[in-house]
Design a protein around this ligand. Structure first.
Ligand code: DGP
Length: 114
């Protein structure tokens, strides 16, 4: 059996997190190491390790994650703008192998991203 990821432990109530949203498909927590004044993580309850392992059957779920990201960005009053990021694989900067959508805001974002 593979070890649970940090996000699975949070969703199973085994670790604490500041949770802003919880529905049948996903949760939203505050990132423990924020890279912007607001830094949220939208995490599907289904274990999809990374977006490159998503499949056609995940289409509705993946769309839901973006709509929830938009909802929490509005609730966090990021009306000036925000950035959505999905890191994929080692070169993409992924550190937790459970798909998650970063929502960052509250400061001016640069381009290109690092
Ligand atoms: P990524 O590098 O894209 O895999 O993002 C993983 C994020 O997860 C990273 O920004 C830090 C965050 N993170 C890691 N451990 C914890 C934790 O225990 N609690 C919370 N809230 N966030 C965590």
């Amino acid at each position: 059996m593979t070890d649970k990821t940090i996000f699975q432990k949070i969703m199973d109530g085994e670790m604490d997190a500041d949770m802003l949203h919880d529905d049948e498909e996903c949760v939203v927590i505050r990132d423990v190491n924020p890279q912007a004044p607001t830094h949220l993580l939208v995490i599907p309850k289904k274990l999809i390790p990374r977006i490159s392992e998503g499949s056609q059957e995940d289409q509705t779920l993946l769309g839901h994650l973006l709509l929830v990201a938009k909802k929490v960005a509005r609730e966090e009053e990021l009306a000036e703008g925000f950035r959505i990021v999905v890191n994929n694989g080692p070169a993409g900067g992924e550190s937790v192998p459970h798909l998650h959508v970063h929502v960052l805001g509250g400061r001016q974002m640069g381009w290109p991203p690092g």
